[in-house]
Design a protein around this ligand. Structure first.
Ligand code: ZN
Ligand code: ZN
Length: 212
């Protein structure tokens, strides 16, 4: 079996940069056949109660995470209950996440790829500090152009780190643009964390015909 989860989405409820209602998110996710969605607002977690209510209504596996800003870039965190994460240095964040038994994923770490003066050397890119601090890397991000994604795949190969897919969607049309396909069904954040730690997944980017 396979279980498709969009690991990275934002709603109006917790991210003021998003104009997607939570209901639109789950509706769109169901339409395109996703099995699960992670809501990863910026620097704040959803109340469990609100998440559970939306999950029950939708019939989808809905999981809460947080996109935390750090000095080495954005990181998706799963498996940490409180919102004590914002404004942490990455090393402190790693310690907190380890204590809670969670996982950390580097979010869109190649977003700088198309900027003027970007590092286009794979080895140099692989040496970035964030990669020593995370359990996996979001190599497929819904906002990434093909060149960035392909560069990211090559860097990841060097690092020997696993890649995940998340749309980083802020609007319904981009939900599930890329996602992560797990080998087992997932019903809770604990199970998500276990599957990520166990490496039982692959990243999928249908629009670019890429699977990692
Ligand atoms: Zn981000
Ligand atoms: Zn994001």
């Amino acid at each position: 079996m396979s279980f498709a989860v969009d690991l990275h989405t934002h709603t109006r409820f917790g991210s003021n940069c998003s104009y997607m209602e939570p209901r639109q998110l789950v509706q769109r996710a169901r339409e395109i056949g996703l099995d699960g969605v992670c809501i990863t607002e910026h620097n704040a977690a959803w109340e469990e109660e609100a998440l559970r209510a939306l999950a029950e209504e939708s019939g989808l596996c809905l999981l809460g995470g947080i996109e935390v800003s750090s000095e080495v870039g954005d990181v998706l965190v799963f498996g940490v209950k409180d919102s004590l994460l914002p404004g942490r240095r990455i090393a402190d964040l790693r310690r907190l996440v380890d204590e809670a038994g969670g996982v950390m994923i580097a979010a869109h770490p190649f977003r700088w790829y198309s900027l003027p003066g970007a590092i286009l050397d794979e080895e140099e890119a692989a040496g970035r500090a964030v990669f020593r601090m995370v359990d996996a890397v979001e190599v497929f991000n819904g906002a990434s152009p093909r060149g960035e994604v392909e560069f990211g795949c090559r860097v990841l190969k060097r690092l020997g780190l696993a890649g995940v897919g998340g749309s980083d969607s802020h609007a319904p049309h981009s939900v599930g643009r890329c996602y992560t396909e797990f080998e087992r069904e997932i019903g809770s954040v604990e199970e998500l964390v276990a599957e990520i730690k166990g490496g039982r997944f692959r990243a999928v980017y249908p629009g670019l015909s890429l699977v990692l």
